[in-house]
Write a protein that binds this ligand. Sequence first.
Ligand SMILES: Nc1ncnc2c1ncn2[C@@H]1O[C@H](COP(=O)(O)OP(=O)(O)OP(=O)(O)O)[C@@H](O)[C@H]1O
Ligand SMILES: [Mg+2]
Length: 259
Amino acid sequence: MKKIISIANQKGGVGKTTTTVNLCTALAATRKKTLLIDFDPQGNSSTSLGFDSRKRYPSIYELLTEQLPLKTICRQTLIPNLSIVTASEDLAGFEVEFSQDENRVSVLKRCLKDLDFDYIIIDCPPALGLLTLNALVASHSVIIPLQCEYFALEGLSQLLQTVKRVKKNYHPALTVQGIVLTMFDGRNALNKAVVRDVRETMRSMVYQTVIPRNVKLSEAPSHGKPALIYDMRSVGAQAYIRLAAEIIRQERKNNDKQS
Ligand SMILES: Nc1ncnc2c1ncn2[C@@H]1O[C@H](COP(=O)(O)OP(=O)(O)OP(=O)(O)O)[C@@H](O)[C@H]1O
Ligand SMILES: [Mg+2]
């Protein structure tokens, strides 16, 4: 099984990177051979796993521009079964450099052929530009982190429109794998109302697991570690373990249906 999943939302700061890093770690901990692709010029996933995002070594940009193959760029993290392709600022040039290329939406897809991973998870930047488009075209599915705040649903409809457009124009098999609610604070009435609203509107698309607002999740990146390593018993880390279990169950169900 090889499953490529984009973690996407054009809204900034909703928990894409936190979800990518901790979900990848939880999947790797269950012995799934996992590759994290940092696809954001901010390089936050790279720093969160202890890789300096300043240009010290080849990164995703050299892969996209065909200067180096994936096996040269792919780095083993400190977590067994988890590799990473890092990103740095030069990735921001991709959109301009490839804007006239006739295959510009499938550059990443071409780079991900014939890989031996159970899961490839792509951390997208906060925009619906050419980078996110490339990530969606390269993926089987997309997981959308939604912050439990007032404007969450507005941003969601725009993203779902984009997914529809990608399906229609480039990739009919692309699916929305699920929506994960993030940064939930049980003491905040608005947060609770948003969870209720999103569940009512999106129904079974929303994962049961809700990621709580938890200081360990925000502290961990400054130590260059996933929260699952920084403090495995924290409520944040435990929530991501539950999310990974939910996703693995979902995969099994889907595979059973297909066979
Ligand atoms: N559940 C949480 N509890 C507390 N802090 C969180 C949680 N999830 C994310 N954060 C913090 O919120 C900030 C934004 O999170 P994150 O970087 O994961 O979002 P993002 O969607 O990747 O942002 P960007 O759009 O800039 O890429 C970070 O400082 C992160 O540590
Ligand atoms: Mg991010």
